[in-house]
Design a protein around this ligand. Structure first.
Ligand code: ZN
Length: 378
């Protein structure tokens, strides 16, 4: 599969001449986009724009009628990144503009440096309030591994954003404390500001800041899980939120309605974001992600498959085994068992102890035919 990642860079201290050239290129690009309804071809020929960019914008203008300004699209073969000893910046990019291309210095996160080794794809020039930004997209061809020694299963939840269990030894890790703390902090802060009646002003700023912090924490969570999968050569099984979003599980009168808790889970951004980050980061490392329908995974006992009861919100109790289990952990192991039943369909082989073979058999009957499997690869 072909995978892409974007390096977000800022153009630093362009000279006035370069700034003008960027400005002209950008506004001419927007100009052509706006011309779509008029018979623009005769006029279009006179517009000063880099030839390859002109082709890009022509295609875009035919396809969409954007209301807002669009980033200027630079064709993949027209951009070039160079490493230098320059004092201003180690990295310079050649940006194609009309007549003669210009070299500009860029700044970006050190973590993204390795990405420059990959083939570049379409890039985008974005005009900010004060600065110019360049999003350079790179791509690589990645085959997914087919041999695994273990499985990590992920239950996405409200309290614990992710409850992850390693199947062979049932090692469990609960994620989400940091995200809960961020949410709590801003919830408290908004309440305080609301009481002082300065809400409108602060709401916007603080919300954005909260989103930014949360996103960063979600990234870290995903990275930690992927590192774990890498170190243990595990495939990943995760509940499929997308399928649930579509099948009416959120509507009260629908037969698929899963309850209030479910709705809250779907509506809370971090869960969906996390599942997307995990899938992408895993595939980037060649790790398969198996998505399974998570219906009933929280109600049934992972050991015997019988329906259990909730002693408290977080505690699952099986009347058959007479044992207590953390509810999220129980759900996570069930998700894993459901995923195991599908590993062979994916072409993946899981080397595992013989005793676990029984589990796979059970899981096949346990998930029945309604199991909705979507593998990221297909
Ligand atoms: Zn049981």
């Amino acid at each position: 599969m072909k995978l892409q990642k974007t390096i977000q860079t800022k153009i630093i201290r362009p000279t006035n001449i370069k700034r003008e050239k960027l400005e002209r290129e950008y506004s001419n690009f927007q100009g052509i986009l706006k011309m779509q309804d008029v018979d623009f071809l005769p006029l279009y020929k006179d517009i000063k724009l880099y030839s390859a960019t002109k082709q890009q914008v022509e295609r875009l203008a035919k396809r969409t009628k954007p209301k807002k300004e669009q980033p200027l699209i630079i064709r993949k073969d027209c951009i070039k990144v160079k490493k230098t000893d320059n004092k201003l910046s180690k990295y310079w990019v050649r940006v194609p503009v009309y007549n003669k291309s210009i070299w500009v210095a860029i700044n970006f996160s050190n973590k993204q440096q390795d990405l420059l080794n990959y083939e570049s794809s379409e890039s985008k020039l974005i005009k900010g309030k004060k600065d110019w930004f360049l999003n350079i997209t790179v791509q690589k061809e990645q085959e997914l591994k087919t041999n695994y020694t273990d499985t990590l299963s992920i239950d996405l939840g409200v309290k614990n954003i992710a409850s992850v269990v390693q199947y062979s030894n049932k090692k469990t890790k609960f994620y989400g404390k940091d995200i809960r703390e961020t949410r709590g902090h801003y919830f408290h802060l908004r309440g305080k500001l609301a009481r002082k009646k300065i809400r409108g002003f602060y709401k916007k700023i603080k919300n954005n800041k909260e989103k930014r912090i949360t996103k960063d924490q979600v990234h870290k969570t995903a990275k930690d899980i992927i590192d774990w999968a890498k170190n243990t050569n595990s495939a990943i099984v995760i509940g499929d939120l997308k399928g649930i979003r579509k099948n009416g599980a959120r509507k009260k009168n629908n037969k698929n309605y899963k309850g209030k808790k479910f709705n809250r889970k779907l509506n809370s951004m971090p869960n969906y974001q996390l599942s997307q980050f995990i899938e992408y980061k895993a595939n980037w490392e060649g790790i398969s992600v198996i998505k399974v329908n998570e219906a009933y995974t929280s109600q049934l006992c992972w050991k015997c498959g019988n329906e259990g009861v909730r002693k408290t919100q977080g505690l699952f109790w099986c009347p058959e085994c007479k044992e207590e289990e953390n509810a999220d952990r129980n759900g996570s192991i069930n998700i894993c068992k459901r995923g195991l039943g599908y590993m062979s369909k994916l072409g993946a082989v899981l080397a595992q102890p013989v005793t676990e073979a029984e589990d796979i058999k059970k899981s096949a009957s346990f998930c029945g035919s309604e199991c909705d499997l979507r593998i990221s690869r297909f």
